[in-house]
Write a protein that binds this ligand. Structure first.
Ligand SMILES: Nc1ncnc2c1ncn2[C@@H]1O[C@H](COP(=O)(O)OP(=O)(O)OP(=O)(O)O)[C@@H](O)[C@H]1O
Ligand SMILES: [Mg+2]
Length: 300
């Protein structure tokens, strides 16, 4: 199972991802991953973490995705592939153009999505918990498979046209010249590559959108801004046809709940179809495995 933790900056995503990871690790093998460029998973566990998963408790491994490394490797892979496929482009200073890729919109998100995908596919873990960046970037990452699908289908159609035209031109040639050069869709390298990317893309989307495989948690506090952002997150996810499972009301205090009756009313009403859990406010924070292990949710 994959668990995604969404939420506005600072509401307690990492803390709650860590608490849930520890709870799951009592009976399952768990990996917790920080996918937030401003990592604080190591701080929450009070353990130094790096790009590679390390054991931090019985049945629990943790890592923080190294953004720069992930983007560098992603660009290296793409560059090698393009160079292999389009040798003739060397004449147009391909290297110069590829350097610009680093700054192209979506590259960081795509590199990160693929890094998450690799981690959730490590088969030694029963569950992988993803501590996401704050809402905007998190939604962009989750939206990528849907956006990719649109342009991949367009590119596949365009490539098919090219293959068809090439094929009809080749059919005009005398038969003896035609034999070796017949290139249908399934033998066209570019078409095949696009199809491969589209297949993987759909696999990612189907896995993330299927509640049998993925569970979405949204963390919020009892305040207007984080309530509004939770609503926006649910709407954003709905557009992607992904549904959330649990809303965590973090830093809960009776005095906040009593002084904001309208927000409490809205939470109970708007989120009635989700499981709502509350985590009490702890004056001295919740840092380190012992404190995280002792945290307890209650229903509201
Ligand atoms: N229930 C709680 N009671 C008291 N302190 C809490 C609670 N939950 C989180 N905190 C504290 O609030 C701070 C922010 O929490 P956390 O790092 O989990 O939030 P975040 O949403 O991951 O933030 P960021 O968006 O910066 O990554 C931390 O110092 C954490 O210890
Ligand atoms: Mg965090």
């Amino acid at each position: 199972m994959i668990y995604f933790f969404f939420g506005k900056g600072g509401v307690g995503k990492t803390t709650n991802a860590a608490i849930n990871a520890l709870q799951l690790s009592r009976s399952r093998k768990v990996l917790i991953v920080s996918a937030d460029p401003a990592h604080n998973l190591g701080d929450v566990f009070d353990i130094k973490l790096g790009h590679k998963p390390i054991r931090i408790a019985e049945n629990l491994d943790a890592c923080e995705i190294d953004y720069k490394k992930v983007v560098d490797e992603y660009l290296k892979r793409i560059t090698a592939k393009i160079k292999r496929q389009y040798k003739y482009l060397a004449a147009f200073n391909l290297d110069g153009s590829l350097n610009v890729l680093r700054f192209s919109p979506g590259v960081e998100e795509d590199a990160l999505l693929r890094a998450i995908w690799r981690l959730v596919n490590i088969d030694i873990y029963d569950d992988v918990i993803i501590d996401l960046p704050p809402t905007g970037l998190a939604l962009r990452i989750m939206a990528l498979p849907v956006i990719n699908r649109v342009w991949l289908n367009k590119l596949l159609k365009a490539r098919k046209k090219i293959v068809d035209i090439r094929e009809s031109l080749e059919n005009m040639k005398p038969v003896f010249l035609d034999e070796s050069s017949k290139d249908k869709n399934h033998t066209d390298k570019v078409y095949n590559e696009l199809e491969k990317i589209e297949k993987e893309n759909m696999m990612i989307y189907n896995r993330f959108a299927d509640p049998e495989f993925s569970s979405i948690f949204i963390v919020m506090n009892i305040d207007k801004l984080s309530y509004a952002e939770t609503i926006r997150t649910l709407e954003g996810l709905k557009e992607l046809k992904i549904s959330a499972k649990t809303i965590i009301v973090n830093r809960y205090t009776d005095s906040d709940a009593n002084s904001c009756p309208d927000i409490m009313h809205d939470i109970k009403k708007s989120f009635s179809k989700y499981s709502i859990k509350a985590l009490p406010y702890r004056e001295h924070g919740i840092i380190g495995i012992e404190q995280l292990n002792s945290a307890k949710y209650f229903s509201i």
